[in-house]
Design a protein around this ligand. Structure first.
Ligand code: CA
Length: 457
């Protein structure tokens, strides 16, 4: 009898696992760095061609009001990877790049997408920029990423001959971490081609290797973040752009777009495209003054809490479930990526670490009506800037630029401050921000000292 039960259980669990294996979608998040809202074809770019990123957007949904949770790299990525406002756990500024610093990283009691997906059978890989802490305890392989190829810091140079610093431990001068050699898991490796192309190669290798298992790939390009560096081939393909800075930026985007195309082709070739969810977005608005990006009609740029700093090119594709060709206009957030993934895979989420995002799929299939978010919030702790968006009402309070209220439905460029006319509404929104802010904490690590020698105290 015992044997019979054992056999029955084994058979059941075999079918259960085979069934789950088939049903579990693969997950890919493609993140670019400092790319402008208007710098993808699907948001109307005229001079930069992104046929492959557009193909991805057209095969699913383009979010016209897609936001990230912070206006610069580090905190925005912490929000994306945890699905929680990063100020809940003190990631309210860019981390210090110092492998001896045990505080500067994503706190170990928070769970990243990779950590949430591990118990439900996913293999995770990150290719590209990490920026979630350089101390050994914070590195990707400690966070349930089974595979890592890339670099730990917040930015990097693109040509092999410039990668002269052997390791992050030896990057003692400020910004010399842009010159470190790359890591493959914990091994130092030599780069043999233009970085962006190499990251695409490694992403494709990972997908090939994991094609038979449910996988999560986080492809975090550092392009088109400065330094502006591109190959002759990519520059040649953008020779129609006269401004040299903009041409180089465009060439960097071309390299990303080629990589996205090769990755999508690979999914099709492996016959897994249909059941693979692919998100594409930038980590913050374009740094127009630094990389010649273009946020189109949006006001401001990276580091601002006007739309240009936080509204980004954002799209998702999942051919098996999401209809093609959707333009989705209600505000969505990078926080929704984790919530979507966790919901679909039924990955358990700790009760005391509730997610701030929602599963977007039912909104895209029409199963759910209404808006995914009643209200979205932003906070820059160091500058004491707060912002909110509810419906089309946007508020910003900033010691430097003052109190502002805009109606985005007829003032996308935030030109007409309605503060005086809508004082009561402004106050209501501030009360909501105050309430939300009670759940946030101060940063748990010291600030990155821009322009100063790193202190090794
Ligand atoms: Ca960035």
């Amino acid at each position: 009898m015992k044997l019979l039960i054992f056999i029955l259980c084994a058979v059941c669990s075999y079918f259960a696992s085979a069934n789950t294996k088939q049903e579990k979608p693969n997950l890919i998040v493609i993140l670019t760095d400092d790319q402008g809202y208007a710098d993808v074809g699907f948001n109307g770019s005229k001079d930069i061609r992104t046929p492959n990123i557009d193909r991805l957007a057209q095969s699913g949904a383009r979010f016209t009001n897609g936001y990230v949770t912070y206006a610069v790299c580090g905190p925005s990525r912490a929000g994306l990877l945890t699905g929680r406002y990063q100020d809940r756990f003190g990631f309210g500024r860019n981390p210090v790049i110092d492998p001896s610093d045990e505080t500067s990283g994503l706190p170990l009691d928070e769970s990243m997408i990779s950590e949430v997906l591990k118990p439900v059978g996913y293999t995770s890989g990150i290719v590209g920029k990490w920026h979630m802490g350089t101390h050994p305890q914070f590195r990707p392989n400690q966070r349930d990423f089974d595979y890592f190829y890339g670099f730990l810091s917040g930015g990097h140079r693109y040509f092999p001959e410039e990668l002269t610093v052997p390791s992050i431990e030896q990057a003692v001068k400020n910004w010399s971490w842009y010159n470190t050699k790359l890591l493959e898991n914990e091994q130092t490796v030599e780069l043999d081609k233009y970085l962006t192309d190499k990251l695409s190669d490694k992403a494709i290798e990972f997908v090939e290797q994991e094609k038979d298992n449910p996988f999560f790939l986080y492809l975090a390009y550092n392009a088109p973040h400065t330094p502006l560096q591109a190959t002759k081939e990519y520059l040649e393909r953008n020779k129609h752009i006269k401004n040299k800075k903009r041409r180089t930026y465009a060439a960097m985007v071309t390299s990303v777009d080629d990589g996205v195309g090769r990755l999508l082709d690979k999914l099709e070739q492996l016959n897994i495209a249909d059941n693979t969810i692919v998100f594409f977005l930038s980590d913050n608005g374009g740094a127009e003054n630094k990389n010649a990006s273009d946020n189109g009609p949006l006001k401001g740029q990276k580091s601002n809490y006007t739309e240009g700093g936080i509204r980004v090119p954002f799209a998702v594709s999942w051919p098996a479930k999401i209809p093609a060709g959707i333009d989705y206009d209600n505000p969505v957030s990078s926080l929704d990526i984790m919530a979507t993934i966790a919901d679909i895979t039924r990955a358990p989420i700790a009760k005391d670490k509730a997610l701030d995002g929602v599963n977007l799929v039912p909104f895209l299939t029409g199963e759910k009506q209404g808006v995914p978010h009643d209200i979205l919030f932003w906070r820059n702790f160091d500058k004491q800037i707060f912002a909110s968006r509810e419906g089309n009402v946007k508020t910003i309070s900033s010691p430097k630029t003052g109190e502002q209220l805009y109606n985005l439905s007829n003032d996308l460029s935030e030109q007409n401050n309605l503060l005086d006319a809508r004082a009561k509404l402004y106050d209501q929104q501030q009360s909501k921000i105050e309430q939300w802010n009670k759940g946030m904490i101060a940063p748990v690590f010291k600030p990155l000292q821009h322009g100063k020698k790193k202190s090794k105290e």
